[in-house]
Design a protein around this ligand. Structure first.
Ligand SMILES: [Zn+2]
Length: 145
């Protein structure tokens, strides 16, 4: 039961009763005038479309999971955790997204298994510190510092 629709219909019926309408046909005419009646064919079509939308949403979720697995496998195979060039240490920018590590500039919409579709989200102070330490360790190891 949809409480909003029931309340809307109750409001129309109450107003009709206050105006003196008492016959079933008169009440039905007021419901139709208020746009609250639909044909059985329309109701069936709505149900069919709702089921199809649920099916497509489930399919989209499965497709996104499969794509995330392939992307993670590719990144692992290339030896990187983000967009860094192959052969360089996999170090995230300190200000990279909280969920995926990609910098705000160029992030747009990304998908991760944990966070789903998301826009860039500010990293926590702890994440920034951890990334700065990893970056420094990588530079020290590479002999840059
Ligand atoms: Zn992100």
């Amino acid at each position: 039961m949809n409480a909003k629709r029931v309340n809307a219909a109750a409001g129309v019926l109450h107003a009709a009763q206050v105006r003196g309408r008492v016959t079933a046909a008169g009440l039905a005419a007021d419901l139709e005038a208020a746009g609250l009646l639909q044909s059985p064919a329309t109701a069936a079509e709505t149900e069919r479309l709702r089921a199809r939308v649920a099916e497509l949403e489930a399919e989209r979720h499965a497709t996104n999971s499969a794509l995330a697995e392939v992307t993670e496998a590719l990144r692992a195979a290339e030896g990187r955790a983000d967009g860094l060039a192959v052969g360089r240490p996999a170090v995230l920018e300190p200000d990279g997204c909280r969920h995926c590590g990609i910098p705000e500039r160029g992030h747009a919409r990304q998908w991760t298994r944990a966070a789903g579709w998301h826009a860039w989200v500010e990293p926590s102070d702890g994440q920034r510190l951890e990334r700065m330490r990893a970056r420094r360790a990588a530079r020290t190891e590479a002999g840059y510092l």
